[in-house]
Design a protein around this ligand. Structure first.
Ligand SMILES: N[C@@H](CCC(=O)N[C@@H](CS)C(=O)NCC(=O)O)C(=O)O
Length: 214
């Protein structure tokens, strides 16, 4: 049985929970982080010295942290071709898009945009800085839009780990109160396709009011 520590409103927890659901595995999720506490207790720090979420424990194995490494562990241990291809080159193709989504794309969204809009009181927002962060983020999304013009899924013809590691960011991008580009038509269609997936709706399209600045 898998155990995941982390609140349902954490995007890093969401991609792990979505992946677990896509792999059809059973999991228990334990609320932790921010208002839920837990992460600074000695017991938690013994599992994850970073005091961050998510942390995953699979049965009797040692705890894992860093969502990217958790996702690759899940795919390696429980995933199958084509979600996580057997062939090294095909896997590397999926992995480059997965890494790109989880690192390059997420980093230019979570703190510079989502955090600034949702966690910062309106009076303290720097509109100009926010708009330039959105422009830089959309420059990255344009790369996905071009790829999705030619293929239904991010790494090609099949739904893969890359869609989980990239796609989980899109709910918040399309949901928050920002001025979005209307020049990403294939990304928009892809997002609509993601919202048709039960597991995406359940684990990613999660209300994040508890994160809002008061
Ligand atoms: N690189 C780490 C980042 C982990 C991280 O910063 N998680 C955030 C939540 S998305 C966190 O722990 N925030 C503090 C908290 O919720 O208490 C990963 O991908 O797992």
């Amino acid at each position: 049985m898998l155990k995941v520590w982390g609140r349902a409103t954490s995007s890093n927890v969401q991609c792990v929970m979505w992946c677990i659901a896509e792999l059809g595995l059973e999991v228990e999720r334990i609320d932790a982080g921010l208002m839920y506490g837990v992460t600074k207790t000695p017991e938690y720090l013994a599992m994850n010295p970073n005091a961050t979420i998510p942390t995953l424990v699979d049965g009797d194995h040692p705890p894992l942290w860093e969502s990217g490494s958790i996702l690759r562990y899940l795919a390696n241990n429980y995933g199958a071709d084509p979600f996580w291809p057997d062939d090294a080159l095909e896997r590397a193709n999926v992995d480059r898009w997965a890494e790109w989504g989880k690192v390059s794309v997420q980093m230019s969204f979570s703190h510079p945009i989502f955090w600034k809009v949702v966690r910062t009181p309106a009076a303290e927002r720097d509109t100009e800085q926010l708009q330039s962060a959105v422009t830089a983020f959309e420059d990255k999304l344009r790369i996905a839009d071009q790829q999705l013009k030619q293929h239904p899924w991010l790494a090609g013809e099949q739904f893969t780990l890359a869609d989980v590691m990239f796609g989980h960011i899109l709910f918040r991008y399309y949901d928050i109160d920002i001025q979005r580009s209307n020049q990403l038509p294939d990304l928009q269609k892809y997002y609509t396709r993601l919202t048709d997936l039960d597991n995406y709706r359940k684990h990613v399209m999660v209300n994040y009011d508890e994160l809002r600045a008061t």
